[in-house]
Design a protein around this ligand. Sequence first.
Ligand code: 5AD
Ligand code: FES
Length: 350
Amino acid sequence: MSDLLSQKLYLASDLTDGEFAILIESDSFDEELRRLADLVRRSYYGTDVYVRGLIEISNYCRNDCYYCGIRRGNHFVERYRLTRGEILDCCRIGYELGYRTFVIQGGEDTFYSDEMICEIVSAIRELYVDCAITLSLGERSYRSYKSFFDSGANRYLLRHETADSEHYVKLHPPEMSLDNRKRCLFDLKRIGYQVGSGFMVGSPYQTTQNIIADLRFLQELQPAMVGIGSFISHHQTPFSNFRSGDLKLTLRLISILRLLFPYSLIPATTALGTIDPVGRELGILAGANVVMPNLSPVNVRKKYELYDNKICTGEEAAECRHCLTRRIASIGFNIVTNIGNVKEMKDKCS
Ligand code: 5AD
Ligand code: FES
């Protein structure tokens, strides 16, 4: 039965809610899903894996999400901010290592005014004309997003976290809302960004129906990138006692996402690498085609701990670059020095 369902998903890039529920809840056909996802990925991207250099510019955050280690209520975190010069240093090192996309990520830090972000983006744009600039700075106004875009940013990552409003309330404090999150995502698309969204797998209280709502929301949004990773508990959050998300379910969902969105960019996330020593490799084999190694200065890495035991907090940028090249090669794929834009339907190679 599920075998037919994987075939149907492969051919139609869609299923009914009931069919999705069967696929999500059963592990019997993971191999078939993986095989088909791999086929689809190869037809769009071959064995290429894109890299994005992640620069974590600040761990200050005005939000208090119950799952996140750098939530404002966590008073044990030693807070930091990178200066414009430090951010540009990271880009220089990254460029030399072959990165052609920089992801500027941070907590929702009100210290950075729109003007400051625009200045940083313009400076990177001027120095690296052949690179994509991705921002991941949380919820802002249409005006702010537009000014960043006009300064040279091309992409924006903002996970919706969960598309079910009742579930959203269980993960976030009352001042946050799913409606605003969605508003941000559609604003970003309207402005012209390549948008990345996504959700955590196995977050507290998550049900199969919630996951189906996530897939439906993504179908509506049609993002260029979909990032998912297992929820991993952080010992200084209200969710410290919850179990982490399941690796197998996360991998199954990566395959399902590949079949739903054949053209999309899907990262094998750091969270996957944290719950399993070869989690990122398994993510690539399940259909992912992007990795996002850390480019932040080593002295701040441990401070950007969204969840416990996050990997790569002690390694230099070059070490991560070489480690990942080796890991990706070991499974028959190859990291490319390329801006790594999303392919459109018409770009399918075969
Ligand atoms: N476990 C896994 N992922 C997390 N994130 C935040 N906290 C956790 C956690 N405890 C994810 C969120 C956020 C992204 C930057 O990291 O999905 O959007
Ligand atoms: Fe960072 Fe392997 S990718 S140490």
